[in-house]
Design a protein around this ligand. Structure first.
Ligand code: FMN
Ligand code: SF4
Length: 518
């Protein structure tokens, strides 16, 4: 009987040598006459353990990691293929505390299945959601998404069901579903993991969106820096189409939905939904003025559902298990779970899916193990490059869109970038303005000009040139950017800048009354 050995094919594992490990396992097995069936799974998201190799045993899957190609001979000597003891043995995968404590709804199959095996996908509850969706009226599908409380995971947290309902209500000869897989936020990778590790889940979610809204064509806009995601999605779409899950007559329902992959051109602002539409239409990625909103006039001027990868990927479980199941997780108006991405100066970086309500302190210490440098953590940027720096006094606030907004922070796409006490917050504030200046699409003045002036003003503050006046000027400038910019690029760049200034004034050379007294 052959032994199933799993070696991830996710980019993070490949970067750590997973292909070499897989090749060493195949040749080691051949040499020893061991019958191994190698499965290239997705990553479990415990990046410090990659490549994490797993072996299927009667007791469950047993993990070893991080494995290097040079470890493989010794692993065979230790009979790892039957769960033998070795220094790299981590025990039963499901019992690893980092995984065990999570609430994986969207990422339930991640690392468990072979990403390109439809049979494996279906054996693990895949396509149960679409089958249920096809058996009910489209209006009921939309209602279930509304009832689940699912909000967009790309950043703006807009209720997904309201967008779907808007598109469904319109009569049009053609409607579209577009998936935003540009994933430009610093420290984020949940979209990439989904596309590389469980691509049928995204296909299923988008197909359900098509069935619910009456759209028959869909596009996945994937950043070009994700070649493995592009390749995996392309293969998965072909497999789904060949098996009747996509195409002119989905599962004999008479409903039609086709999917296409498009590579993004490599610009942060192309993740903004209207700039993305311009880019998809073959034009320069410049933000469109709203209204009209894309749900009414989107791709090629037609009604379009636009959602993030994780938003679509959350839909199959909602349809499969019912909106009440999903809605049961979370706090306040933030329902369900969020795949949170721990990055930056953190000991155990990786993917942690938890219900809303978890705190930053739990994430950074109970999961992340503190900073990688071993130094005290000073600041955490949550929600990408336009997110605020969250100081320690706010680390116990539950992760919840409204609770974060109340302190001037954002949850965004769930990226968490940790900085230790050596971070210079004035330099990070300057970087935020510089990033905006580089990435601005240039359409509106507060962002195009304001970001460049912002860099100059921060330079003057740190060089102590009329510091009090320049601080006032920076606040005025941020006010103009927040209130006068056309899109969130200019609206939100002040978040990291002002949070750095307000919570870490000493890094800007500002002596607060407390410090003066001290
Ligand atoms: C500058 C900028 C960049 C953005 N980048 C992304 C991105 O990479 N991925 C994404 O899903 N949303 C991004 N967004 C948010 C999108 O405009 C949009 O709100 C989102 O794709 C809608 O999907 P959702 O409702 O499922 O979140 C960005 C917004 C701005 C202003
Ligand atoms: S805020 Fe910046 S990115 Fe957005 S439209 Fe204005 S110039 Fe373009």
């Amino acid at each position: 009987m052959s032994i199933k050995v799993f070696v991830p094919r996710d980019s993070a594992a490949l970067a750590a040598g997973a292909d070499e490990v897989a090749a060493a396992i195949v040749s080691g097995a051949r040499k020893r006459g061991v019958d191994v069936e190698l499965v290239r799974n997705g990553s479990r998201g415990l990046f410090w353990l990659e490549p994490m190799v797993e072996v299927a045993t009667a007791a469950g899957r047993i993990a070893y990691g991080p494995v290097e190609a040079g470890d493989v001979d010794a692993l065979f000597d230790a009979s790892f293929h039957s769960g033998g003891a070795h220094a790299l043995k981590l025990g039963l995968t499901d019992d690893i505390p980092y995984l065990h404590k999570q609430e994986r709804l969207t990422f339930a199959r991640m690392g468990v299945t072979d990403p390109l095996s439809l049979a494996d996908y279906e054996a693990h509850e895949g396509y149960a959601g679409l089958r249920r969706a096809l058996a009910m009226p489209a209006t009921e599908v939309v209602q279930q998404v509304l009832d689940s409380g699912l909000r967009g995971r790309g950043g703006a947290a807009f209720p997904a069901g309201i967008k779907w309902k808007t598109v469904a209500a319109l009569q049009a000869p053609q409607k579209y579903v577009v998936c935003n897989a540009d994933e430009g936020d610093s420290g984020t990778y949940s979209d990439r993991m989904t596309m590389e590790g469980d691509p049928f889940m995204l296909i299923e979610g988008m197909t359900i969106a098509g069935v619910a809204s009456g759209a028959t064509e869909g596009y996945i806009y994937i950043r070009s820096e994700y070649p493995h995601a592009v390749a995996t999605m392309t293969q998965a779409i072909a497999a789904a189409e060949a098996a009747g899950f996509l195409g002119g007559d989905i599962l004999g329902s008479g409903k039609s939905f086709r999917l296409h992959v498009r590579k993004a051109a490599g610009s942060y602002v192309c993740g903004e939904e209207t700039a993305m539409l311009e880019s998809l239409e073959g034009k320069r990625g410049i933000v469109r003025a709203k209204p009209p909103i894309p749900a009414i006039k989107g791709l090629f001027g037609k009604p379009t559902v636009i959602n993030n990868v994780i938003t679509f990927a959350s839909v199959p479980v909602i349809l499969a298990k019912g909106p009440g199941f999903y809605q049961h997780y979370g706090v306040g108006r933030s329902r369900g779970t969020l795949p949170i991405q721990l990055a930056g100066n953190i000991k155990y970086g990786g993917l942690v899916e938890k219900a809303f309500g978890v705190t930053l302190r739990e994430l950074m210490y109970d999961y992340g193990g503190g900073s990688a440098s071993g130094r005290p953590i000073k600041a955490v940027q949550v929600g990408g490059p336009l997110g605020a720096y969250v100081p320690e006094s706010q680390w116990d606030i539950p992760l919840d869109y409204e609770a974060y907004a109340a302190v001037g922070a954002v949850v965004g796409h769930g990226g968490i970038v940790v900085h230790d006490d050596t971070a210079d917050m004035a330099r990070l504030a300057r970087y935020a303005m510089e990033f905006c200046a580089i990435e601005s699409c240039g359409k509106c003045t507060p962002c195009r000009i304001g970001s460049t002036r912002g860099v100059e003003v921060i330079d003057k503050i740190t060089a102590d040139q009329n510091r009090p006046q320049q601080v006032k000027l920076l606040r005025d400038l941020c006010d103009t950017m927040v209130n006068g910019s056309l899109c969130a690029m200019g609206n939100m760049t002040p978040y990291p800048v002002l949070s750095a200034l307000n919570h870490y004034p000493q890094d800007f050379g500002i002596i607060t009354p407390d410090r003066k007294a001290a």
